[in-house]
Design a binder for this molecule. Structure first.
Ligand SMILES: [Zn+2]
Ligand SMILES: [Zn+2]
Length: 245
């Protein structure tokens, strides 16, 4: 699926990295924010073939929780990993998903076919939500094939002719985020995600699963601040004493 934003010039790599560094925040704070938006914590089983590096990359995103839409069960990570959020991490959620679940990376080598059509590989969203990381909604195909899905389904069902067919008709990313409905009820998540969990098993963690870890981190932060303050004061004291002598 092509986004019109994708046609404009992309920000430079260094720009993205520096922006990402500037907005680094505590895990607990992000998790709290995600929770208040209605996030749930899914912990997926790591597929056997997947490398530790790709597992770690997925876990780094997974720990913040996911927003799950109904009825299609799009899985939306923390905004930092959205494809449609240019200030976020440069390794986007759908690529992490492709790595983790399918042990695949699109071959981005630029090439064209006999008609001059772009044939480098991309990760297509069958749900037309560029921020979704549900592996059932992702498919690697050539750029021209991905673009052919754009504006699919004006009359209400997939009419782009692509295989596999789209699971939803086209909307752009902002329309999607405005019109989406989230499933916040944990007891309904397992039913909503039954097909997904058959293919890619996960554990649904309770909402307070990370609370102890987050409280410990907050206590550690407080202790460090206290220690720093204490150190600063003793330095001041020593300076004062040295002046008096
Ligand atoms: Zn989706
Ligand atoms: Zn379609």
């Amino acid at each position: 699926m092509m986004e019109e934003e994708a046609l404009t010039e992309q920000p430079k790599q260094e720009e993205i990295v520096s922006k990402a560094k500037n907005q680094k925040r505590a895990t607990a704070q992000i998790r709290q924010e995600m929770k208040s938006d209605g996030a749930v914590f899914l912990e997926f089983d790591a597929p056997e073939m997947t490398s530790d590096r790709w597992i770690n990359e997925w876990r780094a995103m997974e720990k913040y929780g996911f927003l799950i839409t109904t009825p299609l069960s799009c899985i939306i990570p923390y905004k930092y990993y959205w494809q449609s959020f240019d200030k976020g991490d440069k390794l986007k959620g759908h690529i992490r998903s492709m790595h983790f679940f399918k042990n695949k990376d699109p071959d981005r080598t630029r090439r064209v076919n006999q008609h001059g059509w772009p044939c480098e590989e991309q990760v297509s969203h069958l749900c037309h939500n560029p921020d979704c990381v549900n592996p059932m909604h992702l498919h690697i195909e050539m750029k021209w094939q991905n673009w052919k899905r754009t504006y699919c389904g004006f009359a209400g069902s997939c009419d782009c002719g692509m295989v596999p067919s789209c699971v939803k008709t086209y909307t752009n990313s902002s329309t999607f985020h405005q019109s989406r409905t989230l499933e916040n009820d944990p007891s309904k998540i397992n039913i909503l995600c039954a097909v997904l969990s058959n293919a890619y098993p996960f554990k649904l963690r309770p909402k307070n699963f990370y609370d102890v870890e987050d409280q410990k981190a907050a206590a550690r932060k407080k202790r460090k601040q206290k220690e720093r303050k204490h150190e600063e004061e003793s330095v001041k004291k020593k300076k004062k004493q040295a002046k008096l002598q």
